[in-house]
Ligand binder design. Structure first.
Ligand code: 2HG
Ligand code: ZN
Length: 467
């Protein structure tokens, strides 16, 4: 079927105004906000119901045109950005929130609902989502499920897959799988919900999510602790975990990242003098101790490795401290387009990684400036290398860092996913049996390869011809 016929079909399914072909209007869907990933889509299609999504998939399959599902387009690995000639399937109009079941503690949401909307709905019932990150106003629940998004609350409440109980998914042939019973125990066959979570749009299109809500704990204190090294930050963390049970989030960033945030966001210095590294954490009131705040102050004051500390209790003060961490991504982006990597290391290798990073990067990108921050409790390090993009055109910089991560026993993609960015390097930490099983699943669920091709799985290695 020629492309014009497909466009006519798509207009028939979702209405003229929701098939966008004008390049200027399609631009926000055609490029990611970091400016690293872009394509020229055949069209952007914006269905409003699951039936329309299903019909769009059938039409694309009949025309042999591949499509890429897209939520808030906040992904960082090119997983939701089109290749030239693909259809972007925007789920933004699937934006209904609810119902919320306060007894079973679940909340239904269409794929296009933002994380912030979801949080507001949960909080209005005295509950919470247990997931949070800085793109909350734009990132949508469908994308969060599709990428198994992580963020700041993972140490306490797990990544997206731990917060999702059910899904509605449209498969490549347009059929719909709906697992939304909401029952907490359900061993009925293969766990398709968990298979779809983190599949990055390659196995099906997530149209609705049933979220497993948490009972929130009140935050009693937020601390910004200045230390010298990442090992010192881990020492502080261990001491806090020894004395308290309510650690909710633990993040780290370095002096240079803080300076970038202060430069671009015009915020005040948190300390009188600079320090090499900062640990930021929230403590919740699990222990129900009336003096937690004072006890935490005493603990931090007693620790030799603590160079300085700001400890706050009010929500407004807390937000100000968190901005210093959450705005790192935007500050880096304001400075330039980075090589962006998202890795995880065993905690006992974190300082090794930081030490060796400069050594492996220098030979391939002499002028690179590395801005490092992340979620320290999971050893999740966001490596942003400025002035290194040109050298990375052939992947040399990325390869140098990911080789190091693999050698230290880490993960080459901790929470951002594989997408287009990392698929070449999947074999670094996934063996041939593992890759073959993934390919078999893809082949079974999407035999025509119309869902997000060229993402997630590496190109198969073509066998050498016999001599
Ligand atoms: C964060 O933790 C996000 O702020 C983005 O995962 C990380 O920009 C990055 O590298
Ligand atoms: Zn992160």
């Amino acid at each position: 079927m020629p492309a014009v016929d497909l466009l006519a079909d798509l207009r028939e399914i979702v209405g003229d105004t929701h098939v966008v072909t004008d390049p200027e209007a399609a631009q926000p869907y055609a490029q990611d906000w970091t400016r690293r990933w872009h394509g020229k889509p055949l069209a952007v299609v914006r269905p409003a119901t699951v039936a329309q999504v299903s019909a769009v998939l059938r039409a694309c399959a009949a025309a042999g045109i591949s499509l890429v599902p897209q939520g808030g387009n906040t992904g960082l690995v090119g997983g939701g950005v089109p290749h030239d000639g693909e259809v972007v399937l925007s789920l933004a109009r699937l934006d209904s929130v609810g119902p919320l079941d306060p007894l079973g503690r679940t909340l239904m949401a269409g794929a296009g609902v933002t994380l912030a909307q979801l949080q507001r709905a949960a909080r209005s019932a005295g509950l919470d989502v247990g997931l949070d990150f800085s793109a909350r106003d734009t990132a949508t629940v469908g994308g969060i499920a599709a990428t198994n998004a992580g963020g700041e609350r993972v140490m306490r409440h797990g990544a997206a897959r731990f917060r999702i109980r059910g899904l509605e998914v449209v498969l490549a042939d347009g059929s719909v799988v709906r697992r939304m019973s909401g029952v907490a125990k359900d061993n009925t066959g293969y766990d398709l919900v968990q298979l779809m979570i983190g599949s990055e749009g390659t196995l099906g299109v997530i149209t609705a999510v049933q979220v497993d809500l948490i009972r929130p704990h009140k935050i009693v204190g937020t601390a910004l602790v200045a230390v010298s090294t990442v090992d010192d930050a881990l020492t502080v963390l261990r001491a806090v975990q020894r004395d308290f049970t309510g650690l909710e989030a633990a993040e780290f960033f370095h002096h240079d990242g803080l300076q970038l945030v202060l430069k671009h966001e015009r915020l005040a210095q948190p300390f009188e003098r600079p320090h090499p590294l900062y640990l930021l954490f929230d403590l919740a009131d699990d222990d129900n101790r009336p003096d937690s705040f004072d006890e935490l102050t005493a603990l931090l004051t007693d620790l030799d490795c603590v160079r300085d500390v700001v400890l706050v209790a009010t929500a407004a003060e807390r937000r100000r401290l968190w901005e210093l961490r959450e705005l790192q991504t935007e500050a880096v982006s304001a400075e330039g387009v980075p090589v962006k990597l998202d890795v995880a290391l065993p905690l006992n290798q974190l300082s090794n990684f930081e030490r060796q990073l400069a050594e492996v990067v220098r030979p391939v990108a002499r002028h690179a400036v590395s801005i490092i921050f992340g979620h320290i409790a999971e050893g999740n390090v966001h490596v942003n290398l400025l002035n290194a993009l040109d050298e990375d055109a052939g992947g040399a910089v990325t390869e140098a860092v990911l080789d190091l991560v693999a050698a230290l026993g880490g993960s080459i993609s901790a929470e951002h996913g594989i997408g287009q960015a990392n698929r070449r390097w999947l074999p670094l930490t996934r063996g041939s049996a593992d890759l073959a099983a993934m390919r078999a699943i893809k082949q079974a669920l999407d035999p025509e390869g119309i869902l997000s091709p060229g993402r997630m799985l590496p190109d198969p290695v073509v066998p050498e011809p016999e001599p």
